[in-house]
Design a protein around this ligand. Structure first.
Ligand SMILES: [Cu+2]
Length: 487
């Protein structure tokens, strides 16, 4: 028997014993801990393989733990989370409380994984900025972990990966679905639009107010990930059905924490609209966050402090991710190469092919490597000379530039009852991102996410704090007014 299977059946037995002692229809017995020592949430790829499977196994276990909250149609504690999120749609999305509402929601999930399924680790996050230039190739979307795109021949059901053939309860029983956004490149397989890259995220963190930061983060990187994965992730009612939801939102919470740390004087400020589709500016940090019985109502100010807030329930810090310097096992960052999308920067010319001595270090090998690098450099320079615009989100041939992002479709604004002012603001920001990317690409910024970082002969990564210094100097040199991003 597969050891993972026997591990999960052991867990199920333990859970059944525990659940027999719990009265149904009551709150799950989620107990906060006092925050004496913060725990670090890390990127999924920073976890050892064993720890990755401990997390995935615990998530699967929550899907098999009987529902505690008694929502109609809920089969499991996992479904309870989907239902609570569904109830929150109008009060926690497109409004100021988007970030504060999701912060405890993530913490409840972490506690539930521990209390129902014995998981002792922290929630991992997905740093999609690292995968931003070809997210569909990320190892997270491989058969080993979260599985790939849905099967077009089978209602876009996810048929591979750890959660293959999972069913979801909301809005009605269906298979877990993904439908990668393939843009205009129909027939190109599992292509997904480009996500926001590390340098764009650093720019977003410079937003000078909470409201501008929240709107930028939610309308752009947040939406882009949801909509380009598609299927369950594309809808507010269904997104929690896809287990990648937690890693995406954990990453968004990380960016809020980063914004708070970057703006110490205003880290606990809170502002913006409280009603979806309204331009009111009524948000106050005494506003109530409610979780449909999963937890007692909480005020916004209680969640500001992630190292002790909510009586110690919030008790964590985040790693900075970015780059294999932080990764425990070299090689695991290798993308899952789709044979239909050969990496142009990494394709060796025929005379290089098959010498296979990259790691040898002899004098001849060194010269060959240098020649190859030189040729690549020339190709890169030629590509840059002929580049007129930032490549499209669906381009996979440019190995050095950052791609633009797909514009939000018109239906999005209608479906979310956005006012004309809100719509104009989002579209204005979309063109600012285009301009920003043009400036970044024409200044030849070497992005950590550029596809030539993934070649067999990768450019070495730097330590995060060094990278951050370089990024700050670079952003200053662009001389772009960050306040215009979301005015
Ligand atoms: Cu949400």
């Amino acid at each position: 028997m597969n050891p993972l299977r026997s591990y999960s059946s052991l867990l199920i037995v333990i859970i059944l014993i525990i659940s027999a002692a719990v009265v149904n229809g009551q709150l799950p017995p989620l107990r906060p801990r006092a925050c004496s020592a913060t725990r670090r949430r890390v990127e999924f790829r920073e976890l050892s393989v064993r720890d990755r499977y401990a997390y995935l196994t615990a998530v699967k276990c929550l899907r098999q733990t009987p529902s505690r909250l008694g929502f109609e149609g809920s089969r499991s504690v996992y479904d309870d989370f989907v239902a609570v999120h569904r109830e929150s749609v109008p009060v926690a999305h497109g409004v100021a409380s988007f970030l504060p509402w999701h912060r405890p929601f993530l913490a409840f999930f972490e506690v539930a994984l521990n209390q129902f399924c014995g998981y002792t680790g922290t929630l991992p996050y997905w740093d999609w900025s690292y995968d931003s230039q070809a997210p569909e190739r990320s190892i997270l979307f491989s058969n080993a972990y979260f599985g790939s795109n849905g099967n077009i021949a089978n209602n876009t059901c996810v048929n591979d990966g750890f959660f293959a053939d999972t069913t979801a309860a909301y809005p009605e029983l269906h298979c877990l679905a993904r439908d990668f956004d393939i843009g205009d490149n129909d027939g190109m397989g599992s292509l997904m639009g480009a996500q926001y890259s590390p340098i764009e995220m650093e720019w977003i963190v410079r937003q000078p107010t909470y409201d501008a930061f929240r709107q930028t983060l939610e309308s752009h990187p947040h939406n882009n990930v949801h909509l380009s994965i598609g299927g369950d992730m594309a809808g507010l009612i269904t997104s929690v059905n896809d287990p990648i939801f937690w890693l995406h939102h954990c990453n968004l919470d990380r960016w809020w924490a980063r914004w708070q740390l970057a703006h110490p004087l205003i880290r606990d400020t809170y502002s913006g609209n409280i009603r979806r589709g309204a331009d009111d500016d009524l948000a106050a940090d005494t506003d109530i966050l409610s979780y449909s019985g999963m937890w007692t109502d909480t005020m916004v100010w209680e969640v500001m402090n992630f190292t002790g807030g909510m009586d110690g329930l919030l008790c964590y810090t985040y790693s900075n991710s970015i780059g294999p310097a932080n990764i425990t096992e070299p090689g695991l960052l290798e993308p899952v190469l789709d044979p239909d999308f050969p990496l142009p920067g990494g394709a060796d010319t025929p005379d290089d092919a098959g010498n296979g001595d990259d790691g040898g270090g002899g004098g001849g090998a060194f010269r060959r490597r240098r020649r190859r690098r030189k040729r690549r450099q020339v190709r890169r320079q030629a590509a840059q000379l002929h580049k007129l615009t930032t490549p499209s989100p669906f381009d996979r041939s440019d190995a050095t530039s950052l791609r633009s992002h797909r514009r939000l479709p018109a239906e999005y604004f209608v479906k979310n009852n956005m006012t004309a002012t809100q719509t104009a603001r989002v579209q204005n920001a979309e063109s600012h991102f285009d301009k920003f990317l043009d400036a970044v690409n024409s200044a030849h910024w070497r992005s950590l996410a550029a596809l030539d970082r993934w070649t067999p002969d990768p450019v070495p990564f730097v330590q995060w704090d060094l990278w951050k210094k370089q990024a700050d100097v670079f952003l200053d040199s662009l001389n772009l007014d960050v306040a215009t991003l979301f005015d």
